[in-house]
Design a protein around this ligand. Structure first.
Ligand code: NAD
Length: 478
C-alpha cells in the first residue's frame, strides 16, 4: 500500500475514532508535503486527485529540512517555518444534523463555545419568497439568510422591476422567481417556495397572508400581525383551512438576551417578578411615509414599536394581562401625528399583582430598554428591542454589598434564528413558537389600550389561565 493510501485509510479510521492521536500524527508526519491530510479529508471521494494535489505544490518550494527544522520557501524567496498539517482527534457523525465534535482545549474557567453549527445543505433548506423590498427586507432579512442554517431566499415580490432585477442578481434569485404584486398568486406554481415572508405595510398583512395560504404556502408575517383582531382571526382561519402554518415574526422571542431574561425571571432567580418598566422610542421625520397613515399603519408608535414592550413583557412573564390603563398624546399641528399617535403610555395588570408600565414615543431619541424588578433584585436589558447591542445587567444584595453583574452572551442574528425556527417547523411539521394566536392576543390588548386612552378609564381584558397560553413549543436552538 502506498503511503498516501495508507494515510487516506488512516484519516478515515481517525474520523471514525479508531486510531489514537499519536498513531495518526506519526503517520501524517512521514515526510508528506504540507496539506496532504487536509486535502485527503476534503476529497475523500476522490483518492487520486487528493494525492496528486498534495504532492504537487503550484507555488513556492516544497518543505525542506534545515538544521533539524522544516522550512518552506514562499514565492518571492521568504523562508517560513513549515508545520505538518494534521487533523486532531474529532468525532464526525455521518448524520448531517449532528455537530462535529472538535478536540476540546478550553478550561471551564472561561465561557464554553456552543456546538459546531450544523447547516443543512442548500438543496435541503426551506425556500422563502420575500414580499416587499423595503428597509427591513433589504437591510436585515436578506443579509440574515447568510447566517441561516435551514432557510434560503428563492423568490422576491416587489412593485419595482429595477429593485427586483438588482436584488435578484445580488442574492442569486432566478429571474423567473421575481414577481410583481399583480403576479403574487403565481407563487403557487413555484415549487421552490415553501414559505412566504410578508414584509409589507401593516394593513396589507391580512390580504397577503390569506392569498399566500390559498396559494398553498406557509406564512411568516411581520409584526404587528394586522390592523384589527378581526383581521388576525381571518388570517388564522385562512391558514388553518389551507392546512398551512402561520408564524408572526416576533424576533425578540428568538434573541438570546431576551431569552436569558425570560429564563431568569421564570426561574425566580432573584425572587418573584413584581413590576416591569419598558420603553421603546425613536424619532421619525417623513409624514408621507406609510407609518404615518392610519389606514396603512393601523396606528402610530403603539403597533409599530410599543408592541415590543407589550409582547416582550408577556413573553418574559408568561402570563396574560387582566386590565390596561392608557394615555396617549399627539402634538397638535405636527403633520407627522395628524393621523397616528405620537406617544402612548400604558399600564398593564398581570396575575399576582404584577404591574407593567410601558411607554412608546415617535418623537424622542432612540431608547429601547426594560427592567424587571423582582423581590430580591432586578434585571435590566438595555437595547432590549434593538437588532444588536443588547446589554444585560442584574443587581442583588449579598451582605453589605450590592452585587451588579453584567451578563455577556454570544450575540446571534435574531432574524436568522427566527427564520430557521420557522423552517424547522416546516421541515418537522411542528407548531411555531409564535403562531398567529400570539399576534391576535397582542392585537386584542392593543385595542383595549386604544379604548382606554380614548375613554380615559381602565379596560378589563378576558382572563387567560396558565402560562404561554398562545405560544407553541420552545424553539430548538434559540
Ligand atoms: P418599508 O416602507 O421600508 O417597506 C415596505 C415595502 O412595502 C416597500 O418597500 C414597498 O415595496 C412595499 N409596499 C407595497 N405596497 C405599499 C404601499 N402601499 N405603501 C408603501 N409600501 C408598500 O417598511 P419596513 O420598515 O420594511 O416595514 C415593513 C413591515 O415590517 C411592517 O409591517 C413593519 O412593522 C415590519 N417591521 C418589522 C421589524 C422587525 O424588527 N421585526 C422592523 C421593521 C419593520
Amino acid at each position: 500500500m502506498s503511503i498516501t493510501n495508507e494515510l487516506f485509510n488512516t484519516v478515515l479510521r481517525h474520523a471514525s475514532q479508531e486510531v489514537s492521536r499519536k498513531e495518526f500524527l506519526s503517520l501524517a508526519g512521514r515526510g508528506l508535503a504540507v496539506g496532504v491530510a487536509t486535502s485527503t479529508l476534503a476529497s475523500c471521494q476522490d483518492k487520486s486527485s487528493a494525492a496528486s494535489a498534495a504532492t504537487t505544490p503550484t507555488t513556492g518550494t516544497p518543505a525542506s529540512q534545515v538544521d533539524g527544522s522544516t522550512i518552506y520557501t514562499a514565492p518571492g524567496g521568504l523562508q517560513v517555518p513549515s508545520s505538518e498539517a494534521a487533523s486532531p482527534p474529532a468525532k464526525v457523525p455521518a448524520d448531517l444534523s449532528k455537530p462535529i465534535e472538535l478536540e476540546a482545549w478550553k478550561s471551564d474557567v472561561d465561557p464554553q463555545s456552543g456546538p459546531v453549527p450544523t447547516p443543512l445543505p442548500p438543496d435541503k433548506r426551506v425556500g422563502y419568497a420575500l414580499v416587499g423590498l423595503g428597509h427591513l427586507t433589504l437591510e436585515e432579512l436578506l443579509p440574515a439568510f447568510g447566517e441561516c442554517k435551514k432557510s434560503k431566499p428563492v423568490a422576491l415580490v416587489s412593485g419595482s422591476p429595477e429593485k427586483l432585477k438588482k436584488v435578484a442578481q445580488q442574492y442569486g434569485i432566478k429571474p423567473d422567481s421575481c414577481y410583481s404584486y399583480q403576479d403574487y398568486d403565481k407563487l403557487k406554481d413555484n415549487p421552490e417556495v415553501q414559505v412566504i415572508y410578508i414584509v409589507l405595510p401593516n394593513s396589507m398583512h391580512a390580504e397577503y397572508t390569506i392569498r399566500g395560504a390559498q396559494a398553498g404556502k406557509h406564512i411568516l408575517c411581520e409584526k404587528p400581525m394586522a390592523n384589527s383582531a378581526a383581521e388576525c382571526e381571518a388570517m388564522i382561519a385562512a391558514c388553518k383551512k389551507a392546512n398551512k402554518k402561520l408564524m408572526i415574526a416576533y424576533r425578540i422571542q428568538y434573541e438570546p438576551y431576551n431569552r436569558q431574561v425570560k429564563e431568569m425571571v421564570r426561574g425566580n432567580k432573584f425572587g418573584k417578578p413584581k413590576y416591569i418598566e419598558a420603553q421603546n422610542s425613536q424619532s421619525s421625520a417623513n409624514p408621507d411615509h406609510w407609518r404615518h397613515k392610519k389606514d396603512l399603519a393601523g396606528g402610530g408608535a403603539l403597533p409599530d414599536i410599543g408592541l415590543y414592550c407589550l409582547n416582550t413583557s408577556r413573553f418574559v412573564l408568561g402570563t396574560e394581562p387582566t386590565e390596561v390603563f392608557a394615555y396617549s398624546h399627539s402634538t397638535p399641528g405636527n403633520p407627522l401625528f395628524k393621523e397616528v399617535e405620537e406617544a402612548m403610555s400604558w399600564q398593564m395588570r398581570f396575575p399576582e399583582g404584577v404591574i407593567v408600565n410601558c411607554i412608546t414615543h415617535y418623537n424622542t431619541h432612540d431608547s429601547r430598554f426594560y427592567r424587571v424588578n423582582t423581590e430580591r433584585g432586578w434585571l435590566h436589558l438595555d437595547n432590549a428591542y434593538a437588532y444588536t447591542g443588547q446589554q444585560l445587567q442584574t443587581s442583588h444584595a449579598e451582605g453589605p454589598a450590592k452585587m451588579k453583574t453584567q451578563v455577556v452572551l454570544s450575540e446571534k442574528n435574531q432574524f436568522a434564528a427566527e427564520m430557521d425556527h420557522f423552517s424547522e417547523c416546516v421541515l418537522e411539521n411542528k407548531e411555531p413558537h409564535t403562531p398567529g394566536e400570539e399576534g391576535l392576543q397582542d392585537q386584542r390588548i392593543m385595542e383595549a389600550i386604544y379604548q382606554s386612552a380614548r375613554e380615559g378609564r381602565p379596560v378589563k381584558l378576558q382572563p387567560v389561565q396558565g402560562t404561554d397560553a398562545f405560544r407553541g413549543p420552545e424553539p430548538k436552538q434559540a
